[in-house]
Design a protein around this ligand. Structure first.
Ligand code: LLP
Length: 416
């Protein structure tokens, strides 16, 4: 979707004050472009809505892990939600504060636990009994105490795409609701753990507040039960998941979402942690691409572009919709196109049935690509990953160079 940070001026699509055509000619395509102002604005909407309440906004690094993006949020006071040792290293390299990091994920290895304990992260979001035991052992071996929260699976329907719904009983995430109390009792007996919170995350791209509220209510019931047993929590982590507008969705505004959460929390004083990813970065980024060929077909016209499913996997993987806009409004015949990449798979499409006035060499912007775009990209078909650029007012910064093919096989060897 267009936002005020991506807009047309004299028929030229701009990122803030910079024409995208200029970025394409400076850095080539495919190229991800992020707006610093858009990143800042979405983060401020969270912090403004939470003013006066003890809170920590832990940006979900997986949505977009570029160091420049992480650094923008670190400067604004963000914490980070990580799911691997690699993400922790990125946060530290970007100037993030380890003391504001929460570590989620069902498969933390011993090495990752050690690295996070060494860095003194804020909290481990533990997802199983086995992980609890492993963390206790690893922390003990280092003479440390690990701060933990249990990620509880509240068994609520997030009403989103099944691949990104995580809070149902049948999902692999979190500990079963009915086991949670018992696991907290066990954790209390473990000498190298310190219980500090409770956590839940029910899915991604939610466009209604009601599933969040249902989850909060279930979490609060557990919090009260624990309090009766003398287990007092310092923080509640309600995860991420707030959706964005890709085409015609109408997700709640950040301020309305926060207001709904705060009212569901009914005056609780625990520190509130959130793990937003997509809503902070999704509409702050786009993917620039060039039309290589126009291929008229018997049934469909194809616009073959130089970006592909390896650059932006969401259409192929989730059948996700991303708006596709011309970078320059040119005078060509308006036609309906299948916008596809060069990869050898029928699933390699970026958009179906798009009305566009284009010719070879026209540039296109694939919108709403700031979240789960570059971070899910691959090198399929030995395609070097795209360049990434951050625009800040009228200045343009290359924040990741385009990969070279040499880098791709640098670690490979021929057997003689
Ligand atoms: N916290 C946890 C524990 C998560 O698993 C996730 C996302 C988030 C926070 C951030 O959720 P968000 O605010 O971004 O919805 N690749 C998919 C989305 C996968 C989301 C995975 N977990 C996509 O492109 O739609």
């Amino acid at each position: 979707m267009m936002s005020k940070h991506f807009h047309y001026l004299n028929n030229q699509l701009h990122a803030e004050q910079v024409p995208l055509e200029k970025i394409a000619s400076l850095y080539g395509t495919p190229c991800y472009v992020y707006s610093r102002a858009a990143l800042t604005e979405s983060f401020r909407q969270f912090s403004d809505a939470l003013k006066g309440r003890e809170h920590l906004i832990c940006y979900a690094v997986k949505a977009n892990a570029n160091l420049a993006v992480l650094n923008v949020f670190a400067r604004l006071g963000a914490g980070f939600d990580i799911v691997s040792g690699g993400e922790l290293q990125r946060v530290l390299a970007a100037g993030g504060d380890a003391g504001k990091v929460v570590f989620s994920g069902v498969g933390k290895t011993r090495d990752e636990m050690r690295m996070a304990l060494e860095a003194d992260i804020l909290c481990f979001n533990v997802e199983s009994a086995a992980e609890l035991a492993r963390l206790n052992e690893v922390a003990g071996s280092m003479g440390k105490k690990a701060a933990i929260s249990l990620r509880v699976n509240p068994d609520v329907d997030a009403k989103t795409h099944p691949y990104i719904s995580t809070g149902l009983k049948q999902n692999k995430f979190g500990v079963a609701y009915t086991d949670a109390i018992d696991l907290y009792r066990k954790a209390r007996e473990m000498p190298n753990l310190k219980i500090t919170g409770m956590d839940c995350h029910i899915g991604s791209q939610l466009t209604e507040t009601s599933p969040f509220i249902a989850a909060v209510e279930k979490v609060l019931w557990l919090v009260d039960e624990l309090a009766k047993e003398g287990i007092e929590l310092e923080h509640l982590d309600l995860g991420g998941g707030l959706g964005i507008c890709y085409s015609d969705e109408t997700p709640p505004a950040i301020s309305d979402y926060i207001a709904a959460l705060l009212s569901a929390l009914k005056g609780r004083t625990q520190k509130l942690i959130l793990e937003p990813g997509r809503v902070l970065v999704g509409n702050a980024g786009l993917l620039l691409t060039t039309v290589e060929y126009i291929k008229p077909g018997e049934e469909k016209n194809f616009a073959i572009v130089d970006a592909a499913m390896n650059d932006l996997m969401r259409p192929a993987l989730y059948d996700a919709y991303h708006e596709i806009l011309p970078v320059v409004r040119e005078e060509h015949e308006m036609q309906t196109y299948e916008v596809v990449g060069p990869i050898c798979e029928t699933g390699d499409f970026l958009g179906h049935e798009r009305e566009l006035a284009i010719a070879p060499q026209s540039k296109l912007a694939i919108m709403s690509a700031g979240a789960y775009g570059m971070s899910m990209s691959s090198n399929y078909n030995t395609r070097p990953r795209a360049a990434e650029v951050m625009v800040d007012g009228d200045s343009v910064h290359l924040v990741r160079e385009r990969e070279t093919v040499q880098q791709l096989f640098a670690g490979e060897k021929i057997v003689v």
